[in-house]
Design a protein around this ligand. Structure first.
Ligand SMILES: [Zn+2]
Length: 154
C-alpha cells in the first residue's frame, strides 16, 4: 500500500497501545514547516530533528533536538545575519484530547521551538553587533549636536 507519511506525523494510537517510544531522526526542508510565522525570520538550512515521542498518561510527549540556521536582522544595525540554532531536549506535551484521529503533525511544534530561539535583541556578532562602534559613533554625533532642535518652531 502506498501510504505517504509526512516525516513529522506521529501516530498516537500505536504509541498508546504499545507504550512504545518512537525514535525521530529526520532532516527536513524548511518548507515542510509550512508558512513561516514572521517575515523577519527565515529558516535557511535543512532542519535536523532527532529525539523521541512517547505517551505518558494522557499526553503525547516530544523530546527533540533540533539543529538548523535562521537568518534574522540585527536589532542594532539591521544587517541580516545567520544564527545557528542548536536546541537540546526541547520538550513539548500535547494533550491526546487535542489530537484528532490519532495523528499529530509536529511541524507546528518544531516551528515554534525554532522561533522561540530567536533572541529579543538579536545582534549580528552573536553577543554584540559587529558594527556597534560604527553605529555608536553615529549615535554620539547625534547626541552632541544639541543645537539641532528640529521641532523648536512648532
Ligand atoms: Zn549588527
Amino acid at each position: 500500500m502506498a501510504h505517504e507519511k509526512h516525516p513529522l506525523t506521529l501516530y498516537t494510537d500505536r504509541l498508546k497501545s504499545g507504550g512504545d517510544i518512537e525514535e525521530i531522526d529526520e532532516t527536513i526542508d524548511p518548507s515542510c514547516l509550512g508558512v513561516q510565522a514572521s517575515d523577519d525570520v527565515t529558516i535557511t538550512a535543512p532542519i535536523t530533528i532527532y529525539g523521541q515521542a512517547y505517551v505518558v498518561d494522557e499526553y503525547l510527549v516530544l523530546d527533540l533536538n533540533i539543529t538548523t540556521e535562521i537568518k534574522i536582522p540585527c536589532a542594532f544595525c539591521n544587517d541580516e545575519f545567520v544564527l545557528p540554532i542548536k536546541l537540546k531536549h526541547a520538550v513539548h506535551e500535547e494533550s491526546l484530547d487535542e489530537i484528532k484521529h490519532g495523528a499529530f503533525d509536529a511541524a507546528a511544534v518544531v516551528r515554534e521551538m525554532i522561533y522561540l530561539e530567536v533572541p529579543l535583541y538579536p545582534q549580528c556578532g552573536g553577543s554584540s553587533c559587529l558594527r556597534r562602534s560604527e553605529v555608536e559613533k553615529y549615535l554620539k554625533k547625534e547626541e552632541v549636536s544639541e543645537g539641532y532642535q528640529p521641532f523648536i518652531d512648532i
